[in-house]
Design a binder for this molecule. Structure first.
Ligand code: NAD
Ligand code: UDP
Length: 342
């Protein structure tokens, strides 16, 4: 009864992908580090609906219990406050290793901690994978390409990263995490997967997270100016969260071990993106320019040939569709907050 109740009360959005329940023998014990964050909580939803047993480890630095509260009390779900910088013992079949702040203001808040999270956290989770023979998936990032000199970016590109700049704690941390992942594969035969994720957005992004999608949507909803850093000619390619979750689960369960880009190749300049948000939400708001941020990558678009070929994966959501759903979410949380503070 509990299981059915929980599944029925799950807060689906209109476009939530249909999920096939697995047979008993197909169910696994799955660890999701960073599972209370934006991406992690959507991954948890999908794994839970498939019928897996899911254990979330999170230190709640940027994530929150609220993101997974609909699963609390479900017999297949466990939420554990734990920092991945410290070792953790458990028996599992698969590990999705997401724990790491992802937004520039958050990962730059305590750069040493960000490096420790990527390096020590990944060593701990790879050690766990080695001991339990669990399959291990690292959520790496397009930031390993830095400010790229190749466009669009293929997985074979080695990148162009400033090792001592303000983004280095995140970019180099993820590069070492990839190195560790393949070292454990070669030396200890750990079964690994690496996803290089490009800018992703959707409901449950933290509204104060500082990333461009949440900043522009919140500014437009409040009637404030949209803040462009620099001239706005830099580009990004935005993918909707449900597409990313499809790709992560496919990658984990297919037999392809090289890094795979997961992103939507629809590319916007940040100025075009600001104009799009303005026309979608509030035509009256102004767009203002602020100084550029240091080492901001100037162009970013994934080459998704590998994901298409080896995973049969393609993004299904247009950016517009994703933005509309995300705006609905932010409107709803904004009205709930107004209700709490009134
Ligand atoms: P997020 O900040 O919402 O989630 C990260 C989660 O990890 C949070 O719940 C946070 O509390 C937790 N965490 C951080 N440090 C931890 C630690 N030391 N121990 C335990 N938990 C810790 O970010 P997100 O957007 O959901 O990103 C998830 C993963 O995907 C990250 O690894 C990120 O690098 C990667 N990624 C995300 C994007 C994107 O656009 N969202 C792009 C590229 C890569
Ligand atoms: N950006 C912006 N205004 C904002 C937030 C971000 O112009 O309020 C720009 C930022 O300089 C970058 C792009 O938007 O060029 C994407 O930034 P974000 O922090 O979302 O992610 P990044 O890809 O840089 O990690």
């Amino acid at each position: 009864v509990n299981l059915i109740d929980k599944t029925l009360s799950f807060p689906h959005s209109p476009s939530f992908p249909s999920v096939k329940m697995l047979l008993n023998h197909e169910r696994k014990r799955i660890l999701v580090t960073g599972g209370a964050g934006f991406v992690g909580s959507h991954l948890v939803d999908r794994l839970m609906l498939m019928g897996h047993e899911v254990i979330v480890l999170d230190n709640f630095f940027t994530g929150s219990k609220r993101n997974v509260q609909h699963w609390l009390g479900h017999p297949h779900f466990e939420l554990i406050r734990h920092d991945v910088v410290d070792p953790f013992m458990i028996e599992v079949d698969q590990i999705y290793h997401l724990a790491c702040p992802a937004s520039p203001p958050h990962y730059q808040y305590n750069p040493i901690k960000t490096v420790k999270t990527s390096v020590m956290g990944t060593i701990n989770m790879l050690g766990l994978a080695k001991r339990t023979k669990a399959r291990f998936l690292l959520t790496s990032t397009s930031e390993v390409y830095g400010d790229p000199e190749e466009h669009p970016q293929k997985e074979t590109y080695w990148g162009h990263v400033n090792p001592i700049g303000p983004r280095a704690c995140y970019d180099e941390g993820k590069r070492v995490a990839e190195t560790l992942t393949y070292s454990y594969m070669q030396q200890d035969e750990v079964d690994v997967r690496v996803a290089r994720i490009f800018n992703t957005f959707g409901p449950r992004m933290n509204e104060n997270d500082g990333r461009v999608v949440s900043n522009f949507i919140m500014q437009a909803l409040r009637g404030d100016e949209l803040t462009i850093y620099g001239d706005g000619q830099q580009t990004r390619s935005f993918q909707y969260i449900h597409d990313l979750v499809d790709g992560l689960i496919l990658l984990m369960n297919r037999n392809y071990k090289e890094p795979v880009n997961l992103g939507n190749p629809e590319e916007f300049t940040i100025r075009e993106f600001a104009e799009m948000i303005r026309s979608e939400i509030n035509a009256d708001v102004e767009i203002m320019s602020l100084p550029p941020t240091e080492d901001d990558p100037q162009r970013r678009r994934p080459d998704i040939g590998r994901a298409q070929r080896y995973l049969g994966w393609n993004p299904k959501f247009s950016v517009y569709q994703g933005i509309r759903e995300t705006v609905q979410y932010f409107k709803k949380t904004k009205s709930e907050q107004a209700w709490y503070t009134d």
